[in-house]
Ligand binder design. Sequence first.
Ligand SMILES: Nc1ncnc2c1ncn2[C@@H]1O[C@H](COP(=O)(O)OP(=O)(O)OP(=O)(O)O)[C@@H](O)[C@H]1O
Length: 733
Amino acid sequence: MAAASGVLPQVPEPRPAVFRTFSKPRPAHARRQAAATKRKCQASSEAPPAKRRSKASFLPAKKTAAKETRRTLKGKAQRTFSPKKPSAGARDGDQEQKPGAKTSSLFKNNPEIPELPRPVVEQVQEKVFTSDAFQALDLHPHLISTINTVLKMSSMTSVQKQSIPVLLEGRDALVRSQTGSGKTLAYCIPMVQSLQAMQSKIQRGDGPYALILVPTRELALQSFDTVQKLLKPFTWIVPGVLMGGEKRKSEKARLRKGINILISTPGRLVDHIKSTKNIHFRQIRWLILDEADRILDLGFEKDLTVILNAVNAECQERQNVLLSATLTEGVARLADISLHDPVSISVLDESHDLSSPESEASLEASPPQATDELDSFAIPAGLEQHVVVVPSKLRLVCLAAFILQKCKFERDQKVIVFFSSCELVEFHYTLFLQTLLSDSGALAPERLPATSMPLKFLRLHSALEQEERTAVFQDFTHSKTGILFCTDIAARGLDLPQVTWIVQYNAPSSPAEYIHRVGRTARIGCHGSSLLVLAPSEAEYVNSLASHKINVSEMKMEDILSVLTKDDCFKGRRGGGQKSRATGPQEIQERATVLQTVFEDYVHSSEETVSRAKKALQSFIRAYATYPRELKHIFHIRLLHLGHMAKSFGLRDAPKNLCASAMKKKKANLKRPDLQRKKTQSKQRLAEILRSEYASGMETGGAKVRKQNTRGGPASQPRGAARTPGPASEGTD
Ligand SMILES: Nc1ncnc2c1ncn2[C@@H]1O[C@H](COP(=O)(O)OP(=O)(O)OP(=O)(O)O)[C@@H](O)[C@H]1O
């Protein structure tokens, strides 16, 4: 048994030279076939197929299995994790804690890491800033001085230069520009300018003149903050936010007193439309849909319908503005048929040739380009994008190593890690807190190298109480360092300063979501980096991104794991308590194994922790089953080795019947084509509502409004259909 600190898990014999221990590449079709057969029998077992087992083993199976897992943790952890005394609670079905349970090798029987496709794509980039000052606009002098002194901004960004004059003219607009390019002010400045200039001065009791819809509560708070700052000189205009989580009663009271610029999430506004007597939209002059593609997603369909019906019933004359970094073909089509004579503003259209001296001078609103243009998104110039391919068994240690490398051994790093569900965020957050941070954990303060930084973990997802959500958002916003684990509720619109790295631990459901996630860094001309973690079977996703002009460069898993050699908490031990003398790749493997053991010991320390890990794994599988059809050939449960996947949740074996329920549900859906039909019908219904509610009423039979632009060009034809939400549709409120 692990009697004292400093006793570590037994690690396999060194394997000469090569670090990667994966089996040799086989032809793709053979691999697929073998994988299919393999998966049939492995859903509930971690054991690799016999054929491969002998090939890639470090040690004879008997020897590896017989060794005792020992570890380095002190105090409470030492007691909790004692391998010879498994907690009674851990004996739960197929996850029963075996005496002397050992961390099975992480580095054998993994699928080979394929050569990543290297498609050459020219990324689309936009010019962020112009040299034009806000003074060049016809704005109230106090508004200009507020922009200059309160917001501390002097020159306009490209999207502001294009949008503000158009919106001041009173036009409807569709605005698309890259993440972090200043779209919020692009609509807020003209809105405030026009409201403060109204001939009969706005009274608080008049109710809302502007309605701003955003998909999440945090974005609502952030937009409210910006509006509030701009309104400093115009104190008679009152902004307010409705966002759920707050007591409805206090929101009702604020509505009763009067809110002139109302910022809300769709769900909460619908709540009030249905239950608050004194909410009305008689004065509405502005309707703004920020992150419009998200708000027009199917998930919001019902809410949006209720809101549009309520607004249209009371007011017809207003300006409508739709904004997003990813106004896709589907959204543009919906907008085409719904907005009144809209101007389409896309910085992208004008910024292809950034070297051109005329590029700045020629900035003006233009119609959307061809379909492929609409589905290619601009990438901030200061963003470096990486991808790492990691076998499932090694995912967890790889994520931990990356976080340690960035946040423990480098200064001022702020990292956001995206997961596909609340359960996944919660599981990883607790696991990392308990193992990497706790006083008794592997990184207990007394064990830390002098040069290391303290780690700070935070998490944000929709299942948290609103108070905590707001506190976390504020905390991370004002922190210089930290690691935020989150779902896609943090993907849209949030302007969190100085984020240095974005990690996508679970791949996003669409290129648009990829763009929004990585867009939390490298904002407004700054630098930042991103890392996408893929399993070997998901390597093809790189091509999918490339087809949207997204370029990622490969980072090697070995390089990420090598940080563990900097940290003696993870030093391996040989039999008899002797220190391991391994160096190079072998040392990295030993230390990764020690880290994995720390995770597995924690997970198996009680029935509750095992159960949480299982639930997290199930949640992962459920989310994995919901990738959209066009990505199913890359992200399909059948392509996953569930035994290996279980390891990335600290489970020593895959729980039985894991994907049975997910598959059952899917089969049931397949048997019900009516569900599919219903989805299509509801999309059509929304389009119809938008058409009838927004339109002037002049056109008949659903005829498309001819879209014009500032150049007076002809309208483009509608293309394609609206987007459907993917696995991370949690990203809304
Ligand atoms: N003209 C400007 N000069 C300097 N900074 C600006 C200017 N306009 C906006 N910013 C700052 O740029 C940052 C990004 O702005 P904003 O959040 O509006 O971007 P966005 O285009 O809406 O991004 P996303 O697509 O992610 O929602 C904010 O911190 C904002 O204060």
